[in-house]
Design a protein around this ligand. Structure first.
Ligand SMILES: *Cc1c(COP(=O)(O)O)cnc(C)c1O
Ligand code: SF4
Length: 388
């Protein structure tokens, strides 16, 4: 996985046509941000575009943003359009077809928004939408309208405006003990601007934990510098959840980014989206979860893919989610098993099938191997009546 020091060589063996980038540039996240791929000419330096992809790029111009960091492009199979990394980042024709039931905001972020940036849906925690910008515009983004749609936004006012109103809302609601910075990707901001936001939250005594949702560890791990981590560590407790969807995304660079966060005391969790044709099979998910454990990332949620406008083609059935969960539960350690949730207007709802059924005789249990047994009420009282 790791290249030799000096020039990066992630691509040398399979794709000699790719540019060789000096390490000083490859390791500099600002270089990747400047050199993001957003034209067919630039994309052709990394992959052999199919005519379908070219059509989708042309067709989505003026509708959806697209942008790919050279780092993320280097993970793509140059010859295979079904490459799981490629499908997450290169536009596809299906994004532009209408799909029954699709909505731009099925989870109701805009409904629960109480200020320009604060979405208050749960009793003790809020999300703070700090930006619309991302290093790569994932084709499956659940906030595609906000991040990727050129005419869309969840912001009421400009994202660049002051945060006074947002911070005041949080301060005036002392039940909010947990603030999750999200977007877009909050780490799109330079450290200084980010620090202003985190420091603003830390100045509110009732805010106990600050969380960051960021896909930089996957899309551009070089962004996770020691300086950034040291800054975050000044405001502990700070947690970070990232978004690995496929084992191909776990590289020496991403492992090093996670390691830097952990060494600075930032626990790293992962939220995966179940995506048709990308990770909707047991073998891929088992590999993803166990590889995450190897780099000390704790699997957190497995999101069912919502029926979001421009994203519907990635949707699987709930039955597929059950199959994947049953391939994980009991087969790998419990802390490698994420919670399978449907994100809805009424919140994130756990939807994995239960491993027990209450029966008159007690609890009927099943395990990962398909064995069943009944635990009678005398052995394991379920209700207070059983216990008497
Ligand atoms: C997902 C989400 C949160 C955080 O939920 P957790 O289950 O605590 O990770 C908070 N607010 C909103 C609106 C969310 O969508
Ligand atoms: S990084 Fe996250 S917010 Fe940004 S486009 Fe990807 S999934 Fe959406």
């Amino acid at each position: 996985m790791s290249g030799t020091p000096g020039e990066h060589d992630a691509t040398a063996a399979t794709a000699g046509f790719r540019p060789r980038i000096p390490a000083a540039e490859w390791n500099d996240w600002r270089w990747h941000m400047r050199k993001r791929i957003n034209s067919t000419e630039k994309a052709r330096q990394w992959i052999h575009l199919t005519s379908e992809e070219e059509k989708a790029i042309a067709g989505s111009a003026g509708k959806y943003r697209w942008s790919i960091t050279p780092y993320y492009a280097s993970l793509m199979d140059p010859d295979d359009p079904s490459c799981p990394v490629r499908q997450q980042a290169v536009p596809a024709p299906a994004e532009l077809t209408e799909h029954p039931g699709a909505e731009v905001d099925p989870v109701g972020d805009t409904y629960y928004r109480v200020t320009n940036r604060v979405v208050h849906k749960y009793p003790d925690r809020v999300i703070l939408l700090v930006t619309e910008a991302c290093p790569v515009y994932c084709r499956h983004c659940t906030r595609k309208f906000h991040t990727t749609d050129l005419s869309g936004t969840y912001f009421r006012d400009d994202e660049g405006g002051a945060l006074d109103e947002d911070l005041r809302y949080i301060a005036e609601h002392p039940e909010i003990r947990d603030v999750l910075l999200t977007g877009g990707d909050p780490l799109s901001y330079p450290d200084g601007r980010l620090e202003e936001i985190v420091a603003g939250l830390r100045a509110i005594p009732t805010v106990e934990i600050v969380r960051i949702g960021s896909r930089f560890p996957v899309l551009l791990p070089q962004r996770i510098t020691d300086e950034l981590c040291a800054m975050l560590a000044r405001y502990h407790p700070v947690w970070l959840n990232t978004h690995f969807n496929h084992p191909k995304e776990i590289t020496a660079e991403s492992a090093a980014a996670v390691d830097r966060l952990l060494r600075h005391g930032v626990p790293v969790g992962n939220q995966t989206v179940l995506l048709r044709g990308i990770n909707d099979d047991v073998a891929t998910m088992r590999k993803l979860m166990t590889e995450l454990l190897r780099i000390r990332v704790r699997p957190y949620y497995l999101y069912h893919c919502d029926n979001v406008t421009g994203v519907s083609h990635f949707m699987t059935t709930v039955e597929k989610g059950w199959e994947v969960m049953e391939g994980l539960q009991g087969h790998i350690t419990g802390f490698g098993v994420p919670q399978y949730v449907l994100t809805t207007r009424i919140g994130k709802i756990p939807v994995a099938r239960p491993y027990f059924t209450p029966t008159p005789g007690g609890l009927r249990l099943r395990n990962h191997a398909g064995q069943e047994m009944t635990l009678d009420a005398a052995t394991c009282p379920v209700t207070e009546d059983d216990a008497r």
